[in-house]
Design a binder for this molecule. Structure first.
Ligand SMILES: Cc1ncc(COP(=O)(O)O)c(C=O)c1O
Length: 379
């Protein structure tokens, strides 16, 4: 059911992941998967093109997209979402920015670090102070430091940009952890923007939407999308979810000049993914679990000094390569091994010796990625 793209197909399909690197470089960096899209999505897109559905999308909240997401959230997360409180936006990055601009209170922005690289600039571009909530690189399991979160809120921060499941830690936060976050947030009358783009990609455990925690409705905007799990980021459609009328109205009535317009094809693809994508998604998760296990074996065999964080979700493995003695192992891997992995310091400025490896490819390519990495780091 999961169809691997050949190298030629991948180069034509993934113009960023494959197109931005020279032909002799194996790409394992940006979060895109080397798989053909799910058949129901392809069918929906073909039908839309056949119907010349290439104009503006429908505006307004809810609709077929809201109903499709609500159905997906009920089936996958046992989470009750009001379809009318689902607002489209162009992508998750834009959705986070919009939530910060029109729904969140003024004040500093706390961001768990390492964190999704483009979001490290989110505080600056929304006119806020950046508060880094740093996870200890030595800790075996990445956890949110609630005492440090409390200190940031005392120090002027008002908003937490939560990413859960977390990229690049690969963590799925438990209900108890999220309740702990909620308690600190409420103590300070603070706010949460919860980036849940990786929610369908849980490999172990279960995703608990932050909005499914009691007492979060009045301080939360969740930003979700089918884009990461279904490989449709280029189609540009994410969704903002709220459980309070006030917050919903703030988002839904944002002037058009603030909410970049999402794409009609993105809406079609998202509806197909949420409605008819369960079987393909289950096969994808099986493949990713197998890839994760394979990576564990490959690292043990070829890079015994590497330490990989347990990958509970996503297809992005966070690996500590300090044992090999390079500040920037990704640069060494590219230069000597012709393999492109993501540098850890992009996610945590100043952090040395770490990298993120994208495992969403074929077993053969993953084997070759690690072989090249080992050849480069052990040279
Ligand atoms: C946590 C997180 N948020 C947002 C994004 C980007 O989403 P979008 O392309 O919808 O802006 C990514 C991409 O990998 C991500 O990992």
């Amino acid at each position: 059911m999961i169809r691997d793209l050949s190298d030629d197909e991948a180069r034509r399909a993934l113009v960023c992941k494959w197109g931005e690197v020279p032909d002799d470089v194996l790409p394992a960096w940006v979060a895109e998967m080397d798989y053909a899209i799910a058949p129901p999505i392809a069918e929906a897109l073909h039908a839309a093109i056949d119907a010349s559905r290439t104009g503006y999308p429908r505006f307004g909240a809810g609709g077929a997209l809201g109903a499709a997401y609500a159905g997906f959230a009920a089936r996958h997360f046992a989470h009750d979402v009001d379809p009318e409180r689902v607002v489209a936006t162009v992508d998750v990055t834009a959705g986070v920015r919009l939530a910060l601009d029109v729904a969140a209170p003024a004040g500093g922005l706390v961001m768990p670090v390492p964190g999704y690289a483009p979001q490290l600039e989110m505080a600056a571009i929304t006119g806020r102070r950046h508060h880094a909530l740093v996870v200890d690189a030595e800790a075996p399991r990445a956890e949110l430091d609630l005492a440090a979160l409390d200190r940031h809120f005392r120090d002027g921060a008002r908003v937490l940009l939560l990413t859960q499941p977390h990229n690049p830690w690969g963590r799925v936060f438990t209900r108890a952890e999220l309740e702990g976050v909620r308690d600190v947030v409420r103590r300070h009358d603070a706010f949460v923007v919860s980036d849940e783009i990786h929610a369908p990609l849980v490999l172990d455990g279960e995703h608990v939407p932050y909005l499914a925690i009691d007492g979060t409705a009045d301080h939360t905007v969740a930003v979700v999308a089918a884009s990461k799990a279904f490989n449709i980021a280029g189609l540009k459609c994410a969704q903002l979810v709220t459980a309070s009328r006030l917050l919903h109205d703030a988002l839904a009535t944002a002037p058009m000049a603030r909410n970049d317009s999402w794409s009609v094809l993105g809406v079609e693809a998202s509806i197909a993914a949420y409605t008819d994508g369960d079987t393909w998604l289950a096969a994808l998760l099986d493949r990713l679990r197998a890839q994760r296990d394979l990576l564990g074996h490959l690292l043990a065999d070829h890079l015994p000094l590497a330490r990989m964080r347990p990958l509970e979700a996503t297809y992005l493995a966070w690996v500590d390569l300090r044992g090999y003695g390079y500040d920037d192992p990704a640069a060494v891997a590219l230069e000597r091994g012709r393999v492109q992995i993501a540098a850890g310091h992009d996610y945590h400025p100043g952090l040395v010796g770490h990298a993120r490896i994208n495992i969403a490819t074929s077993p053969e390519r993953l084997t070759e990625i690690v072989r090249r990495l080992a050849a480069a780091l052990e040279a």
